[in-house]
Design a protein around this ligand. Structure first.
Ligand code: BGC
Length: 676
């Protein structure tokens, strides 16, 4: 099938020539397609495939869910690696690990013979109740961006297309098919767009999934502003946009989607039915240029994923390997967050402890095959109970009576039952169910050495947080979660995860939950908090959260000192080097996430008290120290001006805050920005 004849390439470029430039191949193939064939390409054949064009030898593009492993429903029920979910991976703050995860996921997709992975899912965590928070990453646009771009790079390094979803403002599941998010341009620019933009500008994402909901009056799949103006014209996206499955159900005019640049309607033609398209085309409601652009985007991705190439020239896939499972375990180990550890109860000394009681509704539950479209069917799943039991084998007795135990490990939290942490419905409660709260209180009466392990998305703890000495937030830690948990509990691994979200004391502390208008809305949901999401909100009103953004404990302690900046003043032409020393003062090897926030001292508009603009995860041996460097330039100082409708920077003083969390600032310095 492959021709490498250069003479041929010059005049008449055959699209199957593997050495030809991709755009030449795309144009060549486009010319060969009839109008009817172009229409055919615009909608799915069935759930996970596009329609093949047999006449030209164009096979189906194959897609698969989902963001933390391949789903059984889109892979003929195959077993695949179940990685920790998005929020657990985000808690690692480890960009390199996110890239490795993307590579592993890409290898698994290659192995099942698919071309597009429907992820990463990177909607901003706007409310603790969103049923899909467990799939998403964070409340912060900067952290979201760095992690998203790493995952996309990783997936695509295997010549598998990432499909970044759900563009945009799919921040709740309640009424997700219809709700209209009314959100300011500034909030879109500063909070909701950045990670989507970074996935394109920094990682050349090959596909995007439009959201179900409307944004400022228009559904995501027909939203010219979101797709054509921002994604394509401003960010120079060269891939294609696919509708979320069934997201076009309330759209009646195909031209709206063609003009917006929705290239693929899934799972089947509804608005892109042949007769509807033909009628609109003949009436001139869309142009050949718009149609061709949509088709070219699909063709381009076909070439990028190697649809016409020989298997042997493409990266080799692998699935359920030790390597991929090892990455799942490392993410779980780095993603679990130690929230509380009074009197250094943790790590447990396995030589001294004789009896451990393990309890709680989640102690032996499996979570892979739940949650909706992101479910995964792993070949095995180490539950917390199994992981601890394996670690304790022949050393420590596992019992179930808390009164007789040296230590109690209670595994509480949520699961993926509908109405808990699952797609299509939001959670009703932020706190644990009452019976779990009662159980924690009861256990804490019987034993003072209680470790609470929480499985779930965001969880409120005010009712019991003071009653227990140790808390580990394990999120949904994947198929190796139990092993990772045991490694942390017994000190084989020093926890290094930090919260990628704010955990408020109660929901009513949060502007988003001020009224029905702001959440969940009826037809409309008003993002009245604007840019003040997460820590930006808690800082503005000086409300103490239960646990702040960026927070997480370690078994060692780090000392921050000697903050230096190389200039007092910068312009648009230069940048600022920020450096500091960090030393591991304790006795454990460990990782620390150094966070850099910037505060604009005075601005013509209200800005957040501080914003994350850099972070570094570093690992240090006991007593080891390192210099940590950051580079800041004028772009890190900008904000979106709603009146001028552009990003601007203003002259003035800026403060650099170096913290171990957003509320524990260790060092500060200041500098001036002057345009000229
Ligand atoms: C979900 C997407 C998913 C798609 C295909 C939709 O309902 O919102 O995240 O990729 O289904 O399963």
């Amino acid at each position: 099938m492959e021709k490498r004849n250069n003479k041929n390439v010059k005049n008449n470029i055959p699209f199957m020539n593997t050495s030809a430039e991709i755009e030449n191949k795309v144009n060549d193939l486009l010319k060969k397609l009839t109008l009817e064939e172009k229409f055919k390409l615009l909608a799915g054949k069935q759930l996970w495939f596009t329609k093949p064009i047999k006449r030209l030898g164009i096979p189906s593009l194959k897609m698969t869910d989902g963001p933390h492993g391949i789903a059984p429903h889109s892979s003929n029920n195959m077993e695949c690696t179940y990685f920790p979910t998005g929020i657990c991976r985000a808690s690692t703050w480890n960009v390199d690990l996110s890239r490795e995860f993307g590579e592993a996921l890409g290898r698994e997709v290659r192995d099942i013979g698919s071309h597009i992975l429907l992820g990463p899912a990177i909607n901003i965590i706007r409310t603790p109740l969103c049923g899909r928070n467990f799939e998403y990453q964070t409340e912060d646009p900067y952290l979201n961006s760095r992690l998203a771009e790493a995952v996309v790079k990783g997936i695509q390094s295997q010549r598998v297309a990432a499909c970044v979803k759900h563009y945009v403002c799919n921040n709740q599941e309640t009424n997700r098919f219809k709700v209209n998010a009314i959100v300011s341009e500034r909030a879109l620019e500063e909070i909701y767009f950045p990670a989507f933009k970074a996935a394109v500008v920094n990682s050349d994402a090959w596909s995007f999934m439009s959201c179900y909901n409307k944004v400022n009056g228009k559904y995501g799949s027909e939203n010219e502003y979101l797709i054509y103006k921002k994604l394509i014209n401003e960010w120079h996206f060269r891939g294609f946009v696919v509708s979320d499955w069934g997201a076009t159900q309330f759209i009646s005019k195909p031209e709206n989607c063609i003009n917006a640049r929705l290239s693929l309607e899934m799972p089947r033609a509804k608005v892109y039915k042949k007769n509807l398209l033909l009628e609109a085309y003949e009436e001139g409601r869309f142009t050949d240029e718009a149609l061709n652009d949509n088709v070219k985007r699909l063709l381009r991705v076909m070439f990028l994923v190697g649809l016409f190439e020989n298997e042997s020239s493409l990266p080799k896939g692998e699935r359920n390997t030790k390597r991929n499972q090892g990455i799942a375990r490392r993410i779980a180990e780095e993603g679990m967050v130690l929230l509380k550890n009074e009197s250094n109860l943790l790590p447990l000394n396995s030589d001294k402890i004789k009896k451990i009681a393990i309890m709680g509704p989640n102690m032996d539950k499996k979570f892979g095959e739940g949650g909706g479209s992101s479910q995964v069917k792993p070949p095995y799943e180490i539950t917390p109970y199994l992981g601890i039991k394996q670690f304790c084998a022949n050393k420590i007795e596992i019992i179930n009576n808390p009164e007789d135990a040296d230590v109690v490990i209670a595994v509480m939290g949520y699961d993926h039952e509908l109405g808990n942490d699952a797609e299509s419905v939001d959670r009703k409660r932020y706190e644990l169910p009452n019976e779990q709260v009662d159980l924690i209180l009861e256990i804490s009466e019987k034993n003072s050495n209680v470790i609470i392990v929480l499985i779930g998305g965001l969880i409120g703890m005010s009712d019991w947080v003071d009653k227990v000495p140790a808390i580990i937030m394990a999120w949904y830690p994947g198929m190796e979660g139990g092993t990772a948990l045991a490694n942390i509990i017994f000190g084989k691994i020093n926890p290094s995860g930090k919260l990628p979200v704010t955990l408020p004391k109660t929901l009513s502390d949060y502007k988003v939950h001020e009224s029905n208008r702001t959440y969940p809305g009826n037809d409309d949901v008003y993002y009245e908090e604007g840019i003040f999401i997460g820590y930006r909100y808690f800082d503005k009103y000086d409300i103490n959260p239960l646990f702040p953004f960026g927070y997480g404990l370690s078994y060692t302690n780090f000392n921050y000192y000697n903050l230096e900046i190389d200039k007092q003043k910068i312009t648009k032409k230069d940048s600022l080097l920020v450096s500091l020393n960090i030393k591991n003062e304790g006795n454990y090897y460990g990782g620390e996430i150094v966070q850099l926030y910037i505060q604009d001292k005075e601005a013509s508009v209200e800005r957040p008290i501080k914003e994350l603009k850099g972070f570094k995860k570093i690992f240090l041996q006991p007593k080891e120290e390192k210099i940590v460097n950051f580079r800041i330039n004028w772009k890190d100082l900008t904000f979106f001006d709603d009146n001028l409708k552009k990003w601007i920077v203003e002259d003035g003083e800026f403060i650099i805050l170096i913290g171990t969390s957003s509320r524990d600032i260790k060092l500060r310095s200041k500098f001036e920005f002057k345009e000229k």
